[in-house]
Write a protein that binds this ligand. Structure first.
Ligand SMILES: *Cc1c(COP(=O)(O)O)cnc(C)c1O
Length: 496
């Protein structure tokens, strides 16, 4: 593929020059009125230490050049509004605009957390209804919306387990985490003061009940299990697994960050989970990425309810009131009541879909993932033979024979106009390609994505070097990713 069209520079390009390179002497992008006060020497007026010397290579460009430069750069932003965002374990789905309209409703958008309760009844009711609906979706007895992200929800959940066990006399020492888990799980357990013991998955990528039974004893506080797990497979022994934990007085924590394989079909509370978190910014359609605000709602069975963060909502006659008098609570995990705007979006999404709509979204998520799997299975090695849920995970073992790895394939996808999938995670899959299309993608988009990956698989057979050197259509190609993160070079110097 040509990177440029000879000397012609197209208007839409991924090879935008730096502003410095666009510079030509004497151009400027401002017009100042004539001076109407006496001119003074800046150094004598401000002190020479406060006057900057001329900046070397300072770009001289006109207004229209500046505007066009930044507008062109803005088109490099790949987002869910532009096309499929296939990152696995991220649930990058399209966020219906109605959520945004609702979140901007004046009374909700301008609600202040210090507003008196009597003037906050609508906002408090949003929290109350969302807690109730999520409780129903999770199959749990109570929900807190305070945690600000998934990992924060995990931390809250494990602190609840600790408080519950402590109230019984012994917080215990260890948390079991399968080797397929998201990295935040062991980090959470460690932060909550537990030792982490890794459980090896079986040949189907699942928790092995025999391995689990051998690991559980009176020192174990909880198992942190993801279901469907990160290889996109449903833990079919989950009821037995929960039984093994409960028999030893230990708790089952479920990482439900991505719940869109379950909503409306199966409820974690019904298959033995004691506590879970779910990312409203993944499953319940709040925009995410880039570290923006999120919400890690945590659901619990009734025995953990007394320990939930304060304050809790309670009914006081006709009104909602915040209840701070909860002696067993782990306390606050965040200022105020959670990321309220995110909660409004999630409730709008749930109400717009209704029960039947949410269930259909789940079915579409599974269908889309399995469609991609069926189209690609001939070209890429599926990691596990169990049926895929909302995502499918391939391995690069076939492409590796040509010296091409998952990271190379991901880079080549950029040339084909797609955001890459999740690369090299989960770690238990050799050279993982983890793909989650989500329910919001039309068939034509799924086909375009599969066509691109199939074309790349063929290229690897015929010409692996092209793939190994990709991307070719972007301004920079292969960078030293570690050095770029640790020692960024942000000063421009002209090329000789
Ligand atoms: C995204 C994710 C998390 C972490 O959520 P954050 O909001 O990024 O903290 C945890 N577990 C799984 C499985 C996830 O996909």
């Amino acid at each position: 593929m040509p990177k440029t069209l000879g000397k012609i520079r197209p208007h839409l390009t991924q090879d935008e020059q730096l502003l410095f390179e666009l510079s030509s002497p004497g151009k400027k992008g401002y017009q100042l009125p004539a001076l109407d006060v006496p001119e003074v020497d800046p150094a004598s007026a401000l002190g020479s230490e406060n006057v900057r010397a001329a900046i070397e290579h300072f770009p001289e460009v006109s207004e229209v050049e500046v505007i066009r430069h930044f507008t062109r750069l803005s088109t490099w932003n790949y987002g869910i509004d532009l096309g499929l965002f296939p990152l696995g374990s991220c649930t990058m789905k399209y966020n219906p605009r109605i959520n945004e309209a609702v979140a901007r409703t004046e009374g909700l958008a301008w609600a202040h957390p210090y507003q008196p309760e009597a003037l906050s009844q609508g906002a408090m009711e949003v929290v109350a209804i969302l807690e109730q609906y999520l409780g129903e979706i999770f199959g749990m007895d109570a929900v807190t919306l305070q945690p600000a992200a998934g990992a924060h929800g995990e931390y809250t959940g494990i602190m609840l387990v600790r408080a519950y066990l402590e109230a019984q006399g012994n917080p215990r020492k260890k948390v079991l985490v399968p080797d397929s888990a998201h990295g935040t799980n062991p980090a959470t357990a460690f932060m909550a003061g537990y030792d982490v013991q890794t459980l090896k998955s079986n040949d189907s990528g699942m928790v092995d009940p025999a391995v689990l039974a051998a690991a559980v004893n009176e020192d174990v506080a909880a198992l942190m299990v993801t279901n469907p797990n990160t290889v996109g497979v449903f833990e079919e022994n989950i009821v037995q697994i929960a039984g093994i934990m409960h028999e030893k007085g230990a708790q089952v924590y479920m990482d439900g960050a991505n719940l869109n394989a379950l909503v409306g079909i199966a409820r974690p509370g019904d298959f033995g989970v004691d506590v879970l978190h779910s990312n409203l910014h993944k499953t319940f359609s709040t925009p995410h990425g880039g570290g923006g605000p999120g919400a890690g709602a945590v659901g619990v069975r009734s025995h953990l309810e007394p320990f939930l963060p304060t304050p809790r909502l309670r009914r006081d006659g006709e009104l909602w009131a915040w209840d701070y008098d909860r002696p067993q609570s782990i306390g606050r995990v965040r200022a105020f009541y959670g990321n309220f705007g995110v909660l409004v979006r999630a409730l709008a999404y749930i109400l717009a879909h209704g029960g039947e709509g949410l269930r259909n979204a789940t079915i579409d998520a599974l269908l889309n993932a399995n469609y991609i799997r069926a189209r690609l299975e001939e070209h890429y090695q599926i990691a596990y033979n169990a049926r895929s849920m909302h995502e499918c995970v391939f391995s690069d073992v076939r492409q590796e024979k040509q010296g091409v790895r998952t990271g190379d394939i991901a880079k080549r996808l950029i040339d084909y106009g797609f955001h890459p999938y999740t690369v090299s995670f989960p770690l238990i899959v050799h050279g993982a390609l983890m793909i989650e299309p989500t329910e919001t993608e039309p068939k034509a988009e799924l086909d375009a994505f599969c066509d691109a990956l199939i074309a790349i698989a063929r290229e690897i057979e015929a010409d692996p070097e092209t793939v190994k050197k990709a991307p070719h259509m972007t301004r920079t190609s292969r960078v030293d990713e570690v050095a770029a993160a640790r020692k960024p070079k942000v000063r421009w110097t002209p090329q000789a």
